[in-house]
Design a protein around this ligand. Structure first.
Ligand SMILES: NC(=O)c1ccc[n+]([C@@H]2O[C@H](COP(=O)([O-])OP(=O)(O)OC[C@H]3O[C@@H](n4cnc5c(N)ncnc54)[C@H](O)[C@@H]3O)[C@@H](O)[C@H]2O)c1
Length: 458
């Protein structure tokens, strides 16, 4: 079959894999290749054990793989075959040199640009899918268009707004798709090429076009705003704990104001995930570079509140368990940074597990999808941790349970049975406010939730 377009995606991760699976499913006339330097990851994409878990992803891959969706590690061939190249490689926080701990590490990004240049035999449209500092497209253009082989490259920004856990739903029915380019005739032409792809299934009014810098910056700003709402409600949760106000009641009351809205107002142990912290720190760094100190400090505070919320959670456990957890078995329910994903990057659970291990607790980790990643994250503590997928077994003999991920599974457990199997007095620290606290208290638990008065039997 002759395909209408050949599209390549470099980077087969949480963004590249699901995004391309959806494009392949929605556009059977396009041939989509996804390449990665990580051979194991590619093998997993070609197997029945996909490298990432997302509801609905497996079905989609099964329907499209080897029909119009292909996973391979042949980067060179992929580049030569395709006129449109999406780049969704990782852009983590820099860990060395200038800007360490804040700036984006663009080494994978630049390496990819140079690979595109060295393997290309014709002009191409290169799409920034990764989240990047504003004005990265200039650097990309300079690298790509520095060639003397008569090829020209247009760089288009198309940031991804999917949320892990609902990636397929978000990609199939996005609030909006953002596509930015230079406002030259060539830039607009390249932009339209990408618009055309999404127009196969996204209503035209939800496809936003902009200049390339607005597009790059909108992604950083969107993540900063989302994270800011979480830190805002979490800051108020601390005040609730001192004043007998209830954070869920406060969140509902303020969220019912249509100017504020109810979403992203759930108090918790803090946000995690690979993006929020890294993107805000990157925003802070960019602001500093432009001499905008006040703006930098404003956004920095969002990250500081999040770190504080996590350390507060550990302090709260300690203070309420008679100031020591040494030798006590503590069952942590949930390790993924949010429900419905196995991703644990920047999960608050990593920090909390470490803090409790440092206090010499016997930590038992339970999670339905994230234990493999948890083992890698906590490799240096592996002798001090028990990994137990079954929450009932994890809780056996424990002094306390801490809910760290909002998996539905934890809402429907038989807590009478769990209580009977635990050491007494038993404690529940609900870091996601998902359980029926009154009922748990009636069973006999001492219950501590975020932003609520504790329910204690002593
Ligand atoms: N994870 C999310 O929810 C999310 C959402 C929106 C945007 N983003 C952004 O998308 C980008 C990718 O994120 P991710 O979560 O998919 O990362 P990831 O680490 O899961 O995947 C990136 C992949 O790129 C591959 N790679 C790196 N350099 C390469 C090269 N030169 N050639 C081929 N492959 C290469 C890596 O091996 C890796 O498999 C980041 O910039 C991130 O900020 C992520």
């Amino acid at each position: 079959m002759e395909f209408e377009k050949n599209i390549l995606c470099i980077g087969a991760g949480y963004v590249g894999g699901p995004t391309m699976a959806v494009i392949a499913a929605k556009c059977p006339r396009y041939r989509i290749q996804v390449v990665d330097i990580d051979k194991e990851r590619i093998e997993a994409w070609n197997s029945d054990h996909l490298p990432i878990f997302e509801p609905g992803l497996h079905d989609l891959v099964r329907k499209t793989r080897d029909k119009n969706l292909f996973f391979s590690s042949e980067v060179q061939r992929g580049i030569q075959d395709s006129g449109i190249i999406f780049v969704s490689v990782n852009t983590p926080t820099k860990t060395f040199g200038q800007g360490a701990g804040r700036a984006a590490d663009l080494q994978y990004w630049e390496k990819t640009a140079r690979e595109i240049l060295s393997y290309s035999k014709s002009s191409k449209t290169v799409v920034e899918k990764s989240t990047l500092p504003v004005r990265t497209a200039t650097a990309m253009e300079r690298i790509l268009n520095g060639n003397t082989r008569g090829m020209s490259f247009e760089v288009v920004s198309n940031p991804e707004f999917l949320a892990e856990g609902t990636a397929i739903q978000d990609l199939e029915n996005p609030d909006r798709v953002l596509i930015g380019s230079r406002e030259t005739p060539e830039g607009i032409k390249a932009r339209k090429e990408i618009v055309e792809i999404y127009a196969n299934w996204v209503p035209r009014e939800r496809i936003i076009e902009s200049n390339v810098w607005s597009s790059e910056l909108s992604k950083l700003a969107a993540n900063a705003f989302l994270a800011q709402r979480i830190s805002s409600i979490n800051s108020i949760s601390a005040l609730c704990e001192r004043t007998e106000a209830d954070i869920d009641e406060v969140a509902y009351a303020i969220g019912m104001d249509s100017r504020i809205g109810l979403r992203f107002l759930k108090a918790s142990v803090g946000f995690g995930g690979s993006c929020f912290k890294k993107d805000i720190l990157n925003l802070v760094y960019i602001c500093e570079n432009y001499g905008l100190e006040k703006v930098a400090r404003y956004w920095q505070a969002v990250v500081e509140i999040n770190d504080w919320q996590q350390s507060r959670f550990i302090q709260n456990m300690l203070a309420n368990m008679f100031n020591t957890v040494a030798g006590k078995r503590l069952a942590l329910f949930g390790f993924a940074f949010k429900a419905n994903t196995g991703d644990t990057r920047e999960s608050p659970a990593i920090y909390i597990a470490q803090g409790l291990i440092e206090e010499r607790a016997q930590v038992v980790l339970s999670d339905p999808k994230a234990l493999e990643n948890a083992k890698k994250d906590l490799k240096k503590f592996e002798d001090q941790i028990i990994f137990e997928a079954d929450p009932y077994r994890a809780a056996e003999g424990a002094h306390a349970i801490a809910i760290l991920t909002e998996w539905d599974l934890y809402k429907t457990l038989d807590y009478d049975r769990i209580f009977d199997s635990m050491a007494q007095p038993s404690f529940i620290f609900d870091g996601r406010n998902i359980l029926d606290h009154k009922r748990l208290f009636e069973i006999g638990f001492n219950v501590f939730a975020i932003g609520k008065s504790p329910l204690k039997h002593f």
